[in-house]
Design a protein around this ligand. Structure first.
Ligand SMILES: Nc1ncnc2c1ncn2[C@@H]1O[C@H](COP(=O)(O)OP(=O)(O)OP(=O)(O)O)[C@@H](O)[C@H]1O
Ligand SMILES: O=P(O)(O)OC[C@H]1O[C@H](OP(=O)(O)OP(=O)(O)O)[C@H](O)[C@@H]1O
Ligand SMILES: [Mg+2]
Length: 283
C-alpha cells in the first residue's frame, strides 16, 4: 500500500497542536525534535517536520501529499492546493497597525506611506483592491519594531491577543485577513481512500472537541421541558432511575453555548448534572 506523507511545522506556533491532533486521530509516531521525518507505525503515513513557509510548496509539488499550515502562509505563497479541512487552532488575523500617536486613521491615509510586513503578497493585493498606493517594505521578522526604528509608517502583521502590538506602542486599525490552521492536500489527493479515512478521523476529533457529554437527573414530569433544550447526536437517551418518578437523560451539547444551556436546564428542573469530555464522534 502507498505511504502518504504529511508535512507539519517543525517548531513554532502550530507544532504542538498539529502533533496533538494527529495523535488524537490514533496515529502512533515518535516526536523527536531532532528527527525531520517520523514514520507512523499503525497507518501508512510519514510525518515530515518542516519550516511552515515551505509546507504549501512541498504539497503543491507533491513532495508531501498533505500539510498542516496557516491560511496566511498558503495565501502568501500563492500555491494551488486543495483546502481539505479547517482545524480550529492557530487562529489569528493579519492586521494593519500604526504607532499610537500616528496621524494615519483611515486606509486612504496610507497613500504614499510605507508599511513593513512579512506578507508582501497578501498586503500588495489588499492595497491594490482598496486603491491604495503605499510602499511595502518586506522584512523577515520583528515587524512590530520597524515604526519605532523609523523604517516604516505602519506595519502589517499577525495579531491574536494584541499584546505584541501594545507592548510596542502600536494600535491596530484595519483587518487584512483572518487565518487558522488548515489541512491542505495536493490537488486531487482528496479522492484517495487513505486521505478520506484520515479526514474522517480528523473530523471526528474536531467534532468531539466542540461538544460535551452530559448526564443529568430530572423528575419525569419535567422531561418534556428538558428535552426541548437538548439536541444530541441523534436525540437524547432517557433512562429510568431506580427511584420512582425520576429519569436520567444522556446527551451531547455544543461547547459554544454550554453555560447558557446548563443554566436553562437547571431552571427546567435538571439536577446532578455530570459533564464529560468526548474523545471522538463518528457519524
Ligand atoms: N499570535 C498568533 N496566534 C495564533 N496563531 C498565530 C500567531 N502568530 C502566528 N500564528 C499562526 O501560526 C503560524 C506559525 O507561526 P510561527 O510564529 O511559529 O511561524 P514562523 O516563525 O514563521 O515558524 P517557522 O520557523 O516554521 O518558519 C503562522 O503562520 C500563523 O498561521
Ligand atoms: O497578538 P499577539 O498574541 O501578541 O501575537 C502576535 C505575534 O505573534 C506572532 O509572532 P510569534 O510570537 O509567533 O513570533 P515570531 O515573530 O518569531 O514568529 C506575530 O508575528 C506577532 O509578532
Ligand atoms: Mg515561517
Amino acid at each position: 500500500m502507498k505511504t502518504l506523507k504529511i508535512a507539519i511545522q517543525k517548531s513554532g506556533r502550530l507544532n504542538e497542536k498539529s502533533v496533538e491532533l494527529l495523535k488524537n486521530c490514533g496515529l502512533n509516531f515518535e516526536n523527536y525534535k531532532s528527527s525531520l521525518i517520523s514514520p507512523v507505525s499503525n497507518f501508512p503515513l510519514e510525518i515530515l517536520f518542516l519550516r511552515d513557509d515551505d509546507i504549501p510548496e512541498y504539497v503543491q509539488d507533491g513532495i508531501a501529499d498533505l500539510g498542516i499550515v496557516g491560511e496566511n502562509v498558503i495565501q502568501e505563497t500563492e500555491v494551488i492546493v486543495s483546502y481539505l479541512q479547517k482545524l480550529g487552532f492557530g487562529k489569528c488575523s493579519l492586521k494593519l497597525a500604526v504607532p499610537n500617536n500616528s496621524d494615519i486613521v483611515n486606509l486612504t491615509d496610507l497613500n504614499n506611506r510605507s508599511i513593513a510586513t512579512t506578507y508582501p503578497v497578501i498586503l500588495g493585493k489588499f492595497l491594490q483592491k482598496n486603491g491604495i498606493n503605499a510602499d511595502i517594505r518586506t522584512i523577515s521578522g520583528s515587524v512590530e519594531i520597524s515604526p519605532g526604528l523609523g523604517l516604516s509608517d505602519a506595519i502589517c502583521d499577525l495579531v491574536s491577543t494584541g499584546g505584541t502590538l501594545k507592548s510596542n506602542g502600536l494600535k491596530p486599525f484595519g483587518d487584512v485577513m483572518s487565518s487558522e490552521a488548515v489541512l491542505i492536500g495536493r490537488k486531487g489527493i482528496e479522492n484517495e481512500i487513505l486521505v478520506q479515512e484520515l479526514i474522517q478521523r480528523i473530523q471526528s476529533v474536531l467534532r468531539a472537541k466542540e461538544t460535551k457529554y452530559v448526564v443529568l437527573n430530572a423528575p419525569k414530569e419535567n422531561l418534556t421541558d428538558i428535552l426541548k433544550l437538548l439536541p444530541g447526536v441523534k436525540s437524547p437517551s432517557v433512562v429510568s432511575l431506580a427511584e420512582e418518578g425520576w429519569v436520567a437523560v444522556h446527551t451531547v451539547i455544543p461547547e459554544r453555548d454550554f453555560w447558557d444551556r446548563i443554566s436553562q436546564l437547571k431552571q427546567a428542573g435538571a439536577q446532578g448534572i455530570v459533564v464529560m469530555p468526548i474523545e471522538k464522534i463518528i457519524l
